[in-house]
Every structure is written in structure tokens, then in C-alpha cells.
Design a protein around this ligand. Structure first.
Ligand SMILES: [Zn+2]
Ligand SMILES: [Zn+2]
Length: 483
């Protein structure tokens, strides 16, 4: 991912270059790039040659994970985060109360719903964080099966790694005899009404170091299992030790760092449980349970956020999302500092081209006219691409811009198509070509460049600017009812 090229601006050696010019290949800092507005679209242009400036990108993992983790604790502590926590913990309170108050056979339902709410939120946090969101938002539970039941099953399968191996060890290696407490439990008629747990004598086994090693191994293994699960891997991949250890090895130091952060949060989890116990002792109606549920949620949700940060930074190595999603602008959200006037009032007084340049310009323009007349799209595109400067482009007929735009679309040369179509509408906004060029421009953005928002904004502009035309009718059919 590292680029071998220098990373500083050509004109300002102290400034990091956040863009490069498509045309003259110059590396540009925020002072050397201008934001231009052409009709409804905005683009960046090179301060040296007015070519199209493209952001330079680096892999997200160039920002050290430690730096991201340091700010992670803030995640739930803002207005929206607290509102979501309060809402979720209320739902969990109701589920827990329903599970306690109902008969054995009915407990199943509120327990599954509660687990679904909790694990649905957990995986939702991992995935939204991995998308780059910094604030907690409300999970979507509209699909009962995929938003609730599946997360609950995945959470249960994952966390069973913490206790199932230990229990198997106690039962089959230590030969811990639990038949008497189990018989006691099953012989009590009350069990079949309200349910309950066997009265086990833990003192026999609780100091067994092998048991604790097994639990510790499960605890180290669990984060990667949950990460793979959030990344949409199958349950078999989650449980396949080769897949889990392979993924952990690929992430290397970052995974160890994540385990460290999770260990700190595990302490927070215990503290949360202690606070919750204290709150329950207060026995304030509803409030005690609700507040207890809320404080126990904070640490696990922060754990989900930490896992999400690892996925955000290195998820491509787990096959999560498209590789291009992991590239971010070198300068982050920094914007160019120069705001250029719109193209049609731009270059106020350009220097007259030198006589020889002017002669060759006239030749190029007449060659372009001939090529367009002969419908020779290859030649027209080559000549047009040579006309890099806006002042030259302004001398080309609108219909020729449109022809070049259509030919460039047909040949898949989208940047050239965008330039030609924008210019077609720009040089003669009231001419017959403008609305056709804009509709085609919107289609290029929407269908080829996969930028639906930009396409929609152009369609809206066409509807507004050219009412009662074929173009506006076409545009309004392509706008969704909400836009
Ligand atoms: Zn340039
Ligand atoms: Zn510069």
C-alpha cells in the first residue's frame, strides 16, 4: 500500500500532499487544490493546471490501532449513546423480569428475546464501528430471525466456549459427581413450575488450576470467534480452530493489542456487575433493575466497539468488505483551502495563448469539428483529451462536448465523460444540449461510478432547472419518493 512517491507538496515542501493531479501528476497540499462548483456538483481542481485533483489514499491501518483504542472508551458516553443504552436496558429489564416471573416452559421465550436484543446490539456495534461510525445508534430489530434469533444463537455458541470445555473437563476428566444435586433438583415439584439451578458444591473443583487454564484459553479464543461471527463468517468457521488461529496470526500485534484492551474491559465488566448488585440491593421499584441492567451493558458494548475498531482497521485481511473500503484520504477530512469561482465565470483574464499555441489550438478545434462531423469517436476523444484547459474547452461547441461525452461513456472513459458532459451543460446552460448532458452525467454517476447521491442531486437539479422537458420527466422517474 505504501507509495514510493514523495509525500509532500511540490510547491510547499513542508506540507503533506493530500491530492494528486490527474493531468499534470503534481502532488498537491490543501493550499494547492481548489474546490470548484459546477452546477450541482463539486469537484477539486489542481492549482497548477486546473486538471482534476484526486485524493491520495492510504490504508486505514496506517493510523496505529493503539491511537484508535485510546479514544474508544468515549463511545457510549454521549447523548445518542446513552439514549440507546437506556432504551436497550429497559427492554432487557422487561425480558429478565418476564423470564423470572413465568413458568418453566414459558421462560424460553423472554430469554431468547433478551439474548436476541443483547447479541443483536453487540454485533450491530461491531459492524457499525467497522463501518467507521463513532457514535452508537439504535440497532434494527425489524427482521426477527436475522436481527434477533441468529445473533442470539451466534452469541450463545461463541460464549459456550467459555464454559462448555470446563464443564466437560470436570464431568469426564475430574469425574465430578453431580448426580445427587441434579436428582434433588429434578425431584422438587417446584422446579417444574418456576425452574431453578442445581445446588452444586463448587468448593470441590474451584481451585483446580487446569479448569482455570481451560477457561482462560476460552477467553483468549472468544474475541476472534466473535469477530469472525460479526464479519458474517459461518458458525463452522467460528468453531474451526485453524480459521480462528490463522486470523489471529494474520492480525498479529493488533490482535494482541485488542486482547489487552478487552482484558481491561473485563475488569470493567466485573466492576459493572458489582455496581449492579449494589443497585439491586437498593430494591427501588423498576429503577434498581433498570439501572443494574444499564451498568452491566456498558462493558460488553465497549468490547464490541473495540472489536469493531480492529475490524475497521484490518478487516480486509479477514475478507470483510471490499479492499478499496480500507483506503482513506491521506489528510482525512481536511478540505482544500481555496474556493475557486464556478467554471463559467472562471479565469477572469487568462493570458492570450502564444501565437504558435493559438495556431495549434485552431487546428485542434477544426480537427475536432471534422471528427465529430464524421462520427469518428476515437479521434474526437483523443483530440478532446488534449484540450486540458477550461479556456480552450470554452471554444468547443456544446453539441461537440455532448458528442464527446456520449462517446467517452460508450468507451468506458468515465472521467473524460464527466468532464465533457459537465462542460456541455456549463458552456451553454440554456441550450438544448444542457439538460441531455446532465441526464447522461447523472446516469454515469448513478450506474457506472456508483455514486447514487451525486446522481440524485443532478437529477433534482434537472427537474428544478428544466421543468416540463423530456429530461426532467426522465430525471423525476429516477428520483426516489423521499429525495
Ligand atoms: Zn495539475
Ligand atoms: Zn502546496
Amino acid at each position: 500500500m505504501e507509495k514510493p512517491t514523495p509525500t509532500h507538496c511540490q510547491r510547499h515542501p513542508d506540507a503533506v500532499a493530500g491530492w494528486s493531479c490527474d493531468n499534470c501528476q503534481a502532488l498537491l497540499c490543501p493550499d494547492c487544490v481548489a474546490t470548484r462548483r459546477s452546477l450541482s456538483t463539486e469537484y477539486l481542481s489542481c492549482g497548477l493546471c486546473q486538471g482534476r485533483a484526486m485524493p491520495r489514499v492510504v490504508h486505514r491501518s496506517r493510523t496505529p490501532l493503539a491511537q484508535r483504542l485510546r479514544k474508544a472508551w468515549r463511545y457510549p458516553f454521549n447523548q445518542t449513546g446513552m439514549a440507546v443504552l437506556i432504551g436497550l436496558s429497559f427492554l432487557l429489564t422487561v425480558c429478565r423480569w418476564a423470564a423470572e416471573a413465568t413458568f418453566l416452559l414459558l421462560k424460553f421465550l423472554p430469554m431468547v428475546i433478551g439474548l436476541g436484543i443483547f447479541w443483536g446490539a453487540f454485533f450491530h456495534i461491531v459492524r457499525t464501528t467497522a463501518r467507521g461510525e463513532h457514535e452508537m445508534d439504535t440497532p434494527d430489530y425489524s427482521e426477527v430471525f436475522s436481527d434477533c434469533v441468529v445473533p442470539a444463537m451466534r452469541g450463545l455458541v461463541g460464549t459456550s466456549l467459555l464454559w462448555v470445555p470446563g464443564l466437560l473437563y470436570l464431568r469426564y476428566v475430574r469425574r465430578w459427581d453431580v448426580s445427587k444435586p441434579m436428582d434433588d433438583l429434578l425431584s422438587k415439584p417446584a422446579f417444574y413450575v418456576t425452574g431453578g439451578l442445581p445446588q452444586l458444591d463448587w468448593s470441590q473443583v474451584v481451585w483446580d488450576p487446569v479448569l482455570w487454564l481451560i477457561v482462560l484459553a476460552g477467553a483468549l479464543y472468544l474475541p476472534m470467534v466473535l469477530l469472525l461471527s460479526a464479519a458474517g463468517k459461518s458458525v463452522w468457521t467460528m468453531l474451526n480452530p485453524l480459521a480462528v488461529l490463522g486470523a489471529a496470526r494474520r492480525l498479529g500485534r493488533d490482535f494482541l493489542l485488542t486482547l489487552g484492551a478487552l482484558a481491561v474491559l473485563a475488569v470493567a465488566l466485573v466492576v459493572g456487575q458489582l455496581v449492579a448488585t449494589g443497585l439491586l440491593r437498593l430494591e427501588l421499584p423498576l429503577f434498581s433493575r433498570w439501572a443494574a441492567e444499564l451498568v452491566t451493558c456498558i462493558a460488553p458494548f465497549l468490547m464490541a466497539h473495540v472489536l469493531g475498531l480492529l475490524l475497521y482497521s484490518r478487516g480486509d485481511e479477514l475478507g470483510y468488505g471490499a479492499p478499496s473500503d480500507y483506503l482513506e484520504p491521506v489528510l482525512g477530512a481536511t478540505r482544500p483551502r481555496v474556493e475557486a469561482p464556478a467554471l463559467r465565470v472562471a479565469p477572469a483574464a487568462p493570458a492570450e495563448p502564444a501565437p504558435e499555441a493559438s495556431a495549434s489550438l485552431t487546428e485542434t478545434l477544426s480537427a475536432l469539428t471534422q471528427a465529430v462531423g464524421a462520427q469518428d469517436s476515437g479521434k474526437a476523444l483523443a483530440l478532446y483529451a488534449g484540450l486540458s484547459e477550461p479556456r480552450f474547452l470554452k471554444q468547443v461547441e456544446p453539441a461537440h462536448h455532448l458528442f464527446v461525452g456520449q462517446a467517452a461513456v460508450a468507451q468506458g472513459q468515465y472521467p473524460l465523460a464527466v468532464k465533457a458532459l459537465e462542460t456541455a451543460a456549463d458552456v451553454a446552460p440554456d441550450g438544448p444540449e444542457a439538460s441531455r448532458a446532465l441526464v447522461l452525467l447523472a446516469r454515469v454517476y448513478g450506474e457506472r461510478l456508483k455514486e447514487p447521491e451525486r446522481a440524485a442531486s443532478i437529477y433534482r437539479y434537472v427537474v428544478h432547472r428544466y421543468p416540463n422537458t423530456d429530461a426532467s420527466r426522465f430525471a423525476s422517474r429516477h428520483l426516489s419518493p423521499t429525495s
